[in-house]
Design a protein around this ligand. Structure first.
Ligand code: ADP
Ligand code: MG
Length: 287
């Protein structure tokens, strides 16, 4: 069963210089309870894809066409008001930079509570307090009752990222979008955050769209992988197929420096891909 179906999505940026086709006619699905990874170099359209799903594309960007069908409902047909109630409740997103997405002027507890106040109106104040403490506990923040009253600057980078996950998970969304959530973290914290997302997925059946440029992370978390290049999907495959039998020359180039997953640990950054090759001239390998 698919939770999300993206069909022929086009998101363009218009400027005096012309049109930047940031996302150009992509289609993919996210099954219930599974993790789909989008991988691709910087500028390939990964973030614009996730912001399109969240309904967070602003001018000069514009969704020019396609469908984003979530549980049978086309997000692109909803009003901004309807999308506001979808965000945080059905779909939430963890952004790359935890500090800039937490508000420095409010306590962490207040900011987790905000999601509950918006989307779980039936809860009383004390029920919400218990839920916030529980979610801080769930993401592994020690002394959650005390941490409720702390301001973001008092927390470490890893703890802030955990708070972001707690906010994103507070209303138990069906889809969690994580846009390079571990890039700014050190390796140990990265592993903990990945483990945590995995645990939440197992407990709540959450679907995850995980965006990364780190193929080592992909090999750890992905059920399915989408490879993006210049706004296009050039290959779509199960994680196993992608690593054992990459078909598209661009995927092969990305994987070139990558040893078999599990065999070698960290040499997993994307290979530098030869800019002089036009990979869009090859047929797409969408399986
Ligand atoms: P990725 O996340 O894969 O690194 P993005 O999705 O952020 O890439 O960007 C895809 C393309 O859209 C890039 O060419 C980028 O320059 C362009 N783009 C992204 N955001 C904006 C914006 N606010 N205004 C104009 N162009 C943008
Ligand atoms: Mg990005």
């Amino acid at each position: 069963m698919n939770l999300l179906e993206v069909k022929n999505l086009k998101t363009y940026f218009h400027s005096d210089a012309g049109v930047n086709k940031a996302v150009d006619d992509i289609s993919f699905t996210i099954p219930k309870g599974k993790t789909v990874c989008i991988v691709g170099e910087s500028g390939s359209g990964k973030s614009i894809t996730s912001l399109s799903i969240m309904g967070l594309i602003d001018a000069p960007g514009k969704i020019e066409g396609g469908e984003i069908i979530f549980d049978g409902v086309d997000f692109l047909k909803l009003s901004e008001k309807q999308m506001r109630s979808v965000r945080g409740r059905d779909v939430s997103m963890i952004f790359q930079e935890p500090m800039s997405s937490l508000n420095p002027s409010y306590t962490v507890g207040y900011q987790i509570d905000e999601a509950l106040r918006l989307h779980q109106k039936h809860l009383s104040k004390s029920e919400r307090f218990d839920k916030v403490v529980e979610s801080l506990e769930l993401v592994g923040i020690p002394y959650p009752k005390e941490k409720y009253r702390e301001y973001p600057f008092k927390l470490s980078g890893g703890q802030r990222q955990r708070v972001m996950i707690a906010i994103a998970m507070a209303c138990e969304p069906k889809l969690l979008i994580a846009d390079e959530p571990t890039t700014a973290l050190d390796v140990t914290i990265q592993a903990q955050v990945l483990e945590l997302m995995n645990k939440l997925q197992k407990e709540k059946g959450t679907s995850i769209l995980f965006i990364t440029h780190d193929l080592g992370v992909v090999s750890k978390v992905a059920d399915e992988v989408i490879v993006m290049y210049k706004g296009h999907i050039v290959e779509k495959a199960s994680a196993k197929e992608l690593f054992t039998d990459p078909r598209h020359p661009y995927t092969q180039a990305l994987l070139h420096s990558i040893p078999t997953p599990g065999v070698t640990k960290r040499k997993s950054k994307l290979a530098t891909v030869d800019d002089s090759v036009d990979y869009l001239s090859f047929p797409k390998e969408i399986r």
